[in-house]
Design a protein around this ligand. Structure first.
Ligand code: 1YM
Length: 640
């Protein structure tokens, strides 16, 4: 469809296809008729206002959700032309809203880029609406046209009043047709996210969103960013730690194609690179992204070599090395974009690759030369990433080789279970060798494997993958799980259905548990998400009376139990000291036996929230971590 729309010319502006065609196959024009399609209508109308802003005539756009879930979009552009259109014999407003292939080449002159439906958006919205009302302010007059029931004109463009001589603009209201859409309810947050994004992508343009459905007086949200995509980068990095102050912003134009990029590195290890063409997210990249990536790698390498930060003997930095911790927005405005791929999420225009490379390499090279401090930090970050990549590869090969061997006894540490069917196997990761010893004796050796840990494992939040992999304990865990890590991770290879962390009920135990969870969260997130991770709950007290021995998890249970005892029972309370001090039988009964033990499932409901919590907990800041461990020292709860 995209192709067909892009290959018409001005002489084709005639009724090629009635709006009925749009109603018959709405999916062809707006993708879906679910809640997504419903919201899509708004952006088709807003697109016309944005085009007017890009042409330099519009500064303010207002979007309002009305009481009846209809939408109003207002702009202060020139107003849609009101004259009779020579080709159709009806007003241009009516033509734009009722003729499917009108738009695009209309009006002529000015800078015009379009995403999405390339100018047919207004007629598509009209076709899929119960009613549409258009008002144009221009020449001191107010004009109005109205369409109902899928775009049938019920009021031709008419003068309905006067306005201040210098006021211009367009106001469009529409109510989506309930016969077409599965839902009629607009979601404010959905509209807000995209409204904010459009403000970032179109610097200086003010976009306002308001919800008039509730009776409470809402002022809505207003977005206007003079810094454009630079402010977008700043926004994305808001809860991260940038490693240089400046946000690098580069811009260039050639043959009507505007190309812009903004970037800043943060101390993290992942990248956030988003690219747009005519304000549309190009999820699958394309030539604009390729040009930048190529130039970024080339320029950092040449700078690093020139300044001798990268030595002769060093390996060249790869594309992956230079994007570690990079937050970047690429925005291209193109008069004739070719969207490719299954979901049209890839820019295909080959000339853009060169433009992107040129603009980026010139500007970025200059930035590095003018900001030697930032340049050094950026290059050194890429070099650390490079070293980590090389070391991680070696370590991965090592663990891979190990896992090819008989895993039963590797490293002499893992006491594996006999059963091979993962669905009934469990692994206990146990704090300390002595508890490990008891656990081995007390386990059900058919289905329960034991992996004792010596002391504390490495804090992986603070360490890169290479350092983590050089840690013996971590390597053993990776090999035992069988899933691999990183790009090689495969959940289906997990060798145990339950991974049970068994640590003492004290501060050290809590600390080890948090370290393990951090490791799992960073390297084996799908295992946590799939609910395979548990914390064992060893008892804190043992109550003996007569021949009875009762284990309880905490003070509350202890007190309740004692209260339940017969008044003249002469009883004894023992505080359990640690896993290591229990004998095999005790450990089995209290903590391991599937019939008597208490396990707590570790869940990650919200991966993003968990990530933030882990960063806070495990990052550089000592105080929040200390507080957390102290608060959790009673072993009562650990909610990630
Ligand atoms: C709330 C929706 O549609 N604004 C809008 C649309 C147009 C113009 C200005 C406009 C464009 C041109 C010249 C031009 C459109 N005009 C046409 C067409 N807001 C909204 N604001 N003069 C005014 O492109 O040259 C289509 S959209 F085709 F008639 F020119």
């Amino acid at each position: 469809m995209e192709k067909e729309l892009q290959h018409y010319d001005a002489s084709d502006i005639q009724v090629l296809e009635g709006l009925e065609a749009v109603r018959k196959r709405p999916g062809m024009y707006i993708g879906t008729t679910d809640v997504k399609g419903l919201h899509h209508l708004v952006w088709e109308i807003v697109d016309n206002s944005i085009d007017e802003a890009l042409a330099g005539f519009c500064k303010n756009i207002e979007i309002i959700i009305n009481k009846d879930n209809s939408i109003t979009v207002k702009d202060d552009g020139r107003g849609i032309p009101t004259e009779i259109h020579p080709k159709t014999g009806i007003s241009t407003v009516e033509t734009v809203y009722t003729v499917l292939h009108a738009g695009g080449k209309f009006g002529g002159g000015g800078y015009k880029v379009s995403g999405g439906l390339h100018g047919v958006g207004a007629s598509v919205v009209n076709a899929l609406s119960f009613w549409v009302n258009v008002n144009v302010y221009k020449n001191g007059k107010i004009y109005e046209a109205r369409f109902e029931h899928g775009g049938k004109t019920v009021k031709k463009l008419t003068e309905v009043g006067t306005c201040e001589a210098n006021r211009t603009g367009t106001i469009v209201s529409f109510k989506p047709d309930p016969d077409i859409f599965d839902t009629e309810i607009y979601d404010y947050e959905t509209l807000k996210v995209r409204t904010r994004e459009l403000a970032f992508l179109n610097k200086g343009l003010k976009l306002t969103l308001r919800d008039d459905r509730d009776n409470i007086d809402t002022t809505g949200d207003s977005f206007c960013y003079e810094g454009g995509i630079s402010e977008y980068v700043k926004y994305l990095n808001r809860s991260k730690q940038p490693i240089h102050n400046e946000i690098i912003h580069l811009e260039g134009e050639e043959d009507g194609v505007i190309f812009e990029v903004a970037m800043q590195y943060n101390s993290g290890y992942t990248d956030s690179i988003y690219s747009f063409v005519n304000n549309i997210n190009t999820h699958d990249g394309g030539t604009h992204e390729e040009g930048v990536r190529r130039a970024l790698t080339r320029i950092i390498n040449s700078y690093a070599k020139k300044t001798n930060i990268l030595k002769e003997k060093d390996e060249s930095l790869t594309g992956d090395d230079v994007k570690e911790g990079l937050t970047m927005i690429i925005s291209c405005k193109h008069p004739n974009p070719q969207f490719e791929g299954q979901t049209k999420g890839r820019l295909g225009n080959s000339e853009v690759r060169k433009l992107a490379d040129n603009v980026f390499s010139k500007g970025f090279e200059r930035f590095l030369l003018e900001n030697p401090d930032a340049a050094r930090i950026i290059v050194e970050k890429a070099m650390t990433a490079s070293r980590a990549r090389v070391a991680a590869k070696k370590a991965r090969e090592l663990t891979r080789r190990k896992s090819d061997l008989d895993v039963v006894n590797f490293g002499g540490k893992l006491e594996d279970c006999k059963e091979k069917d993962p669905s009934i196997c469990e692994i206990f990761i146990v704090e300390g060798d002595s508890a490990g010893g008891s656990a081995v004796k007390g386990r059900d050796s058919m289905t329960q494997a034991i992996l004792p840990l010596r002391g504390k494992i490495l804090n992986v939040e603070k360490a890169r993958i290479d350092k983590a992999l050089s840690n013996e304990e971590i390597r053993t865990i990776i090999t035992a799980f069988g899933t691999g890590i990183g790009s090689e991770f495969d959940l289906s290879k997990l060798r145990y259905n339950k991974i049970i962390i068994m640590t003492d009920a004290d501060v050290d135990g809590s600390h080890i548990r948090v370290l393990l969870l951090t490791l799992f969260y960073r390297f084996f997130r799908p295992i946590v998400e799939a609910g395979h991770v548990y914390a064992a709950q060893p008892p804190l007290f043992c109550i003996k009376h007569g021949k009875t021995i009762k284990y309880v998890l905490n003070e509350e249970e202890r007190d309740n139990y004692i209260a339940s005892l017969n008044e003249n029972t002469k009883y004894e309370i023992l505080r359990m000291k640690g896993l290591g001090e229990m004998d095999a039988e005790e450990l089995n009964e209290t903590t391991m036996d599937i019939n008597t033990r208490v396990l707590r499932k570790i869940t990650v409901d919200d991966a993003i929230a968990a990530d933030a919590a882990f960063s806070k907990l495990m990052g550089e800041e000592v105080e929040p971590r200390r507080q957390f461990i102290e608060e959790n020292a009673t072993y009562s709860d650990l909610d990630i």
